[in-house]
Design a protein around this ligand. Structure first.
Ligand code: FES
Length: 131
């Protein structure tokens, strides 16, 4: 049994923002080639900010904690700010993840970024900070 931080356990047992926005402005879906798990993020954008964010995850416990944390970090941020959330930051916010679970954190931030890019494409907005 890997050692999880209290924060990971908190988000795992009490995940925030779980679900799917029915009429989303952006959708991002990623699969993890390492384990075959999947994550889907849906976002609502208002005045350039992420007004609401929800996710569904078909993944392990760490993936649930990661997506819950990503959703909390992204809410209220501008699109540019949310695009800068990295997998590493997410793992740090969670108080660290066991080494063999670090790949799970890729899912969360990547799926969020894809949802933002989807919104930007649909609305013909260019990301200011390149990739
Ligand atoms: S083992 Fe698949 S996301 Fe963690």
């Amino acid at each position: 049994m890997p050692q999880y931080s209290d924060k990971v356990m908190d988000h795992f047992t009490n995940p925030r923002n779980i679900g799917e926005i029915t009429d989303p402005d952006g959708v991002g879906e990623v699969g993890n080639p390492v384990c075959g798990d999947m994550m889907k993020f849906t976002i609502k954008v208002k005045d350039g900010r992420i007004e609401d964010v929800k996710y569904l995850t078909f993944g392990c416990g760490a993936a649930i904690s990661v997506s819950s944390m990503v959703s909390e970090m992204a809410k209220g941020k501008t699109l540019e700010e949310a695009l800068k959330i990295t997998n590493k930051q997410v793992a740090e916010e969670l108080g660290g993840l066991p080494g063999n679970k670090m790949h799970c954190s890729n899912l969360g931030a990547d799926a969020l970024h894809k949802a933002i890019e989807d919104y930007m494409e649909k609305n013909k907005i260019k990301a200011e900070s390149g990739s």
